[in-house]
Design a protein around this ligand. Sequence first.
Ligand SMILES: [Zn+2]
Length: 76
Amino acid sequence: MLSLITKKPGEPMHMSPHYIPLTSAYLCTDCNCVSNCSRQCPACASEALMGLSGILNREVEEIRQPSYTYATALVA
Ligand SMILES: [Zn+2]
């Protein structure tokens, strides 16, 4: 039978990259998974969640955009 799942037993499941803003990242203290759900862990359904933004206490850095200015060209 043809299976669409190519994962072999014991092989970590390939996950596409995702990101969670720190302000909405919660760590489940039961299974150590990080999610953006503040009420219940989507992995183990535990409600023992810890907000990471308060713990890590990091300021959000602005992404610096390169700035270009026009200047008069110097002609020799
Ligand atoms: Zn969990």
